[in-house]
Ligand binder design. Structure first.
Ligand code: MRU
Length: 354
């Protein structure tokens, strides 16, 4: 069962193995990454995605570079910088590579020290997500007590589960913890066009875990909130600025607006290494990735014969825009659920975490 694995692990030869997320939920493939450019490519082509796992693969990518270049610090540094530039928005990527570069700079045994540091970073993420799960579920329980409800409906966007950050995810960590505590939880899963991380990955994780969920087209959340069918919105983040503005998958901002209008608590769950303390203002300063328009024009799915097939869904001559992320202003965020507790989305509170 894939769900019992991490999203990535080292095999017996020291190569990095990752779950190839491009094939889920239809097929289960593991991709072996042997070199730094393999790691870079896996991040760029979305074999791996999600801020935390991108950071982990980047860290192991630097270890692969150290192995490949037999400890040559100049070559390793160049390879690390290539990985650092693989995608622009998720700050965990830069955080992980910068930590690895510090190790490269000071180490006398680069291969072994890089390997140890990449393992350490990944193990730390496991602990962070466990803490986020516990703190987030305490919030769920207190909302249930206040509202005197026995079933909890939560809406999430994109995939911020164990495929995105080892081992419990960020947004999904409280959902997994709620299940452990016996809470009757149901998840509204935004499909998350164009790559459908919600419909494909979050739904796959939840059905694997036996958690009740319903996939909804991206534009449905507002209606459900008006009808009182959402008790809380929770998403992950790719980068949160010092002022509390949070970049996450495109469409998150619209959910936050609808949540504000309907008095639905809107939380962002993130480990501390998703804060960008150097970024004062998220809305104006966070770089938004723009991806290939083909991701909008084409959709992949199972055909009636049960084979995976890609089909074009737009007129052949139309242009499409493919912004990967948007930034939710801090004023729309109820709280930031971190491993250190719930943090208010403002400079004073976030500054204390540095
Ligand atoms: O483009 P992706 O799939 O890498 O985007 C992922 C997201 O936006 C997640 O919601 C975010 O990374 C949080 S996961 C820890």
């Amino acid at each position: 069962m894939l769900g019992q694995y991490r999203a990535l692990w080292l095999n017996h030869t020291g190569d990095l193995e990752v779950i190839d997320q491009r094939y889920l939920p239809f097929e289960k493939h593991v991709r072996v990454l042997k070199t730094a450019s393999d790691a870079c490519e896996a991040i760029q082509d979305m074999t791996v995605r999600g801020a935390g796992v991108i950071g982990n693969v980047a860290a192991f990518g630097v270890y692969l570079a150290a192995r490949e270049f037999a400890g040559d610090k100049q070559k390793i540094t160049q390879a690390a910088l290539n990985i650092r530039g693989a995608r622009p928005t998720a700050v965990n990527l830069m955080w992980a590579v910068d930590k690895m570069l510090e190790v490269v700079k000071h180490s006398d045994d680069v291969v072994s020290d890089c390997k140890a540091e990449a393992i350490r970073q990944t193990d730390e993420d496991v602990k962070r997500t466990q803490a986020i799960g516990i703190i987030g579920t305490d919030i769920i329980e207190s909302i249930m007590t206040d509202k005197k409800i026995n079933q909890f409906n939560i809406l999430t966007h994109c995939n911020a589960g164990w495929l995105a950050i080892v081992d419990s995810g960020s947004a999904l960590a409280p959902i997994y913890e709620a299940q452990k505590r016996g809470i009757d939880i149901h998840v509204w899963v935004d499909e998350t066009r164009p790559r459908n991380q919600g419909a494909r990955l979050t739904a796959w994780e939840l059905q694997d875990a036996g958690i009740k969920h319903t996939i909804i087209p991206d534009n449905t959340g507002g209606l459900l909130m008006q009808q009182g069918k959402v008790d809380m919105v929770i998403t992950g983040a790719d980068r949160v600025a010092l002022n509390g503005d949070a970049a996450n998958k495109i469409g998150t901002y619209l959910k936050a607006l609808a949540a504000k209008d309907n008095d639905v608590p809107f939380y962002i769950a993130l480990p501390i290494n998703t804060f960008d303390f150097a970024c004062e203002n998220g809305v104006s300063d966070i770089e938004i990735e723009q991806r290939d328009q083909d991701e909008v024009h084409n959709m992949q799915g199972l055909n009636t014969a049960g084979d995976v097939e890609q089909v074009r869904i737009t007129p052949l001559d139309s242009q499409a825009a493919n912004y990967g992320f948007d930034v939710t202003p801090a004023r729309l965020i109820t709280g930031l659920i971190t491993e250190k507790g719930v943090v208010e989305p403002n400079k004073k509170a976030i500054g204390k975490l540095k």
